[in-house]
Design a protein around this ligand. Structure first.
Ligand code: ZN
Length: 69
């Protein structure tokens, strides 16, 4: 499910994590298979991606159980 990015933070391993509108989070640097998103390491890049959408795997998992499309 597509969810808007509302912010970013770094995890304990110094990797960037996107905060999504649904309340879930998603790593943006090493989303399997180790997809590198160079924009995330710059302040401008992150700002530019605020409001953009990522596929939230957590939401997909929740919705697949009861609201299958
Ligand atoms: Zn979600």
């Amino acid at each position: 499910m597509k969810q808007a990015i509302i912010g970013f933070h770094k995890d304990e391993e110094d990797d960037w994590v996107a905060d999504l509108a649904c309340g879930h989070t998603q790593h943006v640097r090493h989303n399997p298979p180790w997809q590198l998103r160079p924009w995330v390491i710059t302040k401008e890049g992150r700002k530019d991606h605020l409001g953009r959408e990522l596929d939230c795997k957590e939401c997909d998992r929740e919705h697949n159980s009861d609201d299958r499309n």
